[in-house]
Design a protein around this ligand. Structure first.
Ligand SMILES: [Zn+2]
Ligand SMILES: [Zn+2]
Length: 184
């Protein structure tokens, strides 16, 4: 018998989002002191999906930092220490030099990362098990006591009869209910 662990990592909660916003503001304030100028406050969204922890997006005049709330949930302190300064450094180097004139992770960006005393190696080896991909199918199951959401990998293993999953609470077998798709 294999008992199941939750298939999908829950996103960070409101208190953690507030911590990320504080860290973003504090990092930007550090840049303002270092470079002796102001940077317009940048909107932060928690809507990123897939394998990236963060993204700096420019569309016309709009500038946005996006964070992945699932990867942050799984590796919170590491993302606070590296991903937040990483994306703020993209924004600051854009303001200082213009993105069109520099490489994304070139010396200008690395210089800003040094101001932040942040790790610029960009090689976080995260295990992304449980992180929803951009288009991930989920399969809903029920036992006697509750519903369970399985990843497609687990669903197909179960369907092929390679494994048996039992509910951790009631010990009963899981019965397939429905397939659904989540994500952009
Ligand atoms: Zn980057
Ligand atoms: Zn159960």
């Amino acid at each position: 018998m294999t008992t199941i662990t939750p298939a999908i990592i829950a996103p960070i909660n409101a208190a953690q989002q507030a911590q990320v916003l504080d860290k973003t503001q504090a990092t930007l304030a550090l840049a303002e002191r270092q470079y002796g100028r102001q940077f317009t406050a940048i909107p932060v969204l928690f809507d990123l999906r897939g394998r990236c922890s963060g993204m700096y997006r420019v569309r016309g005049k709009e500038r946005v930092i996006r964070f992945n709330p699932h990867i942050f949930a799984k590796y919170f302190s590491d993302n606070l220490a590296t991903t937040v300064p990483h994306e703020v450094a993209h924004y600051v180097s854009d303001c200082l030099y213009g993105l069109g004139d520099i490489r994304p992770h070139g010396e200008e960006w690395r210089g800003v990362m040094q101001v932040f005393k942040a790790d610029d190696s960009r090689t976080a080896a995260y295990d992304l098990e449980g992180i929803p991909t951009r288009r991930q199918r989920y399969f809903d199951y029920r036992c006697v006591c509750q519903s369970h959401r399985l990843s497609s990998r687990r669903h197909y293993k179960l369907a092929r009869g390679e494994v048996m999953y039992n509910c951790r609470q009631c010990g009963e077998n899981l019965n397939f209910v429905a397939a659904c798709q989540v994500g952009a």
